[in-house]
Write a protein that binds this ligand. Structure first.
Ligand code: GLN
Length: 446
């Protein structure tokens, strides 16, 4: 209840929550107390968390920050939400985000922009800006989030928090509202790698309700945190230090790499030759999948419905026209175009071929190194409104994060100092299902 008061007092400055579930939290806390008193309490028993408003919560509005779902109260919990309930965690509410997770600044939310706690005139990053800002402002120790092209790591970098996007399929997507199904992956944002490891231990695991969820037993990700990293080979891709990178951000990342050398790691220069193609390939594949996923919001079954439709066509047109925001509509149009007959081969198929090449770059790199490091984002948090008129500038926020999603690999952002007085993120990219080692490497730095 201390944190609930803090949210009430402070969150008007940051807008990091869409819904605060005070009463439910107090009930969950009482249940956690009872379990603790019995003595065999699970890992996160009584620990306060909050869920990104993309995860369905039974009886609690799940809006995906869209007018389209402003009135949507799911009758079930997402697997991730259920995992935290089983673990005894106490959910304080639902965090703000970009509409349908499309964005890098949290300015496309129907509920208004989120402000960066380090400087409220600046963006917190996106799309999981609310999850990151709530942790940075110490409104809650850890949150859930999702990452399709950088949405956990980039806001973690902008807010000085630790964010982890697991291997595709490590965390169930069941009940997590779909944006681009082949790229979406849930993960935690927390203060430290240790906290992220605790969170991931609860989130990860097989789930028969999601056929893309990996059938591998879950792990205790805190077990190896203290192992030595002496002899570790860190790949440093030359492509991640070129044009577009803020020089102060670059300097902080280089200093972090030096620290790793002191810890006994060896730096190996590597090349990910197809890096430049990641953003263009993503902006064909992600909108294509989004246009298909978002076709279910038709004003008929659930979600927003326009007033007095003249006929069925009018109902579809106006419900979608009025219910979706500008960026979401832009993606639906781009995606429908890329998938249409006659253009499919030119765009969608090409993008899938590029995706394959990007994946191969990583396969080659991981023959030589254990982990890859570079900046998470090219710049620190920018001013609210600064990139709104220029979608391409906004898309370039993810130049270093998107390839990981295309390849299905795990990635992390950890704080590594300040540039222009604002937090900088160091990105770690791990090999397939190598989350435990990535967390160990991150923990050694912290
Ligand atoms: N910024 C990227 C986009 O707008 C990635 C978002 C995400 O990871 N959900 O699509």
């Amino acid at each position: 209840s201390h944190l609930l008061e803090r949210i009430q007092q402070l969150d008007s400055q940051f807008n990091s929550f869409i819904t605060v579930t005070g009463e439910q939290a107090i009930q969950q806390a009482a249940a956690a107390d009872a379990r603790l008193a019995q003595g065999n309490a699970p890992a996160l028993c009584g620990v306060p968390i909050a869920h990104k408003d993309i995860f369905c919560t039974n009886g609690v509005r799940t809006s995906c920050a869209s007018k389209m779902l402003d009135n949507f109260v799911p009758p079930y919990d997402a697997t991730v939400v259920d995992n935290f309930l089983q673990a005894g965690a106490v959910s304080l509410g639902k965090t703000n985000m970009d509409e349908f997770a499309m964005g890098s600044s949290n300015e496309s939310s129907y509920y208004g922009a989120v402000k960066n706690p380090w400087d409220v005139e600046r963006i917190p990053g996106g799309s999981s800006g609310g999850s990151a800002a709530a942790v940075a402002a110490q409104l809650v120790p850890a949150t859930t989030a999702s990452d399709t092209g950088g949405s956990i790591r980039q806001p973690a970098a902008m807010t000085g928090t630790t964010g982890l996007k697991p291997t595709y399929g490590r965390v169930s997507r069941w009940g997590m509202i779909a944006f681009a199904s082949s790229l979406d992956q849930g993960g935690p944002i927390a203060r430290t790698a240790e906290d992220a490891a605790l969170m991931l231990s609860v989130m990860a695991g097989p789930d028969t309700k999601d056929s893309t969820c990996l059938d591998r037993p879950t792990q205790d990700y805190t077990a190896n945190l203290n192992e030595s990293i002496s002899g570790l080979k860190i790949g440093v891709p030359s492509e991640y230090f070129g044009e577009g990178l803020d020089s102060e951000v670059g300097a902080r990342v280089q200093e972090a790499l030096k620290e790793y050398e002191k810890l006994g790691a060896e730096l190996v220069e590597i090349s990910l030759p197809h890096s430049k193609l990641a953003v263009p390939a993503y902006y064909v594949i992600a909108p294509a999948e989004a246009s298909a996923n978002l076709s279910r919001f038709d004003g008929v079954r659930y979600g927003y419905r326009c007033e007095n439709p003249a006929d069925l066509r009018d109902l579809y047109m106006r419900s979608r026209g009025e219910g979706f925001g500008e960026e979401v509509k832009r993606r639906i149009l781009v995606g429908s175009y890329a998938l249409s007959a006659g253009y499919y081969d030119a765009y969608y198929n090409k993008a899938q071929q590029v995706r394959r090449l990007i994946k191969q770059d990583f396969v080659d790199a991981f023959q030589k190194v254990d982990v890859i490091m570079g900046p998470t984002a090219p710049n620190p948090a920018f001013k609210l409104g600064e990139k709104n008129a220029d979608p391409v500038a906004m898309y370039l926020e993810d130049i270093y994060t998107i390839a990981t999603n295309l390849a299905g690999l795990p990635g992390m952002s950890i704080p590594c100092g300040f540039a222009h007085g604002l937090p900088v993120g160091l990105q770690l990219i791990g090999n397939y299902l190598d989350e435990a080692r990535m967390l160990n490497i991150a923990h050694q730095f912290q």
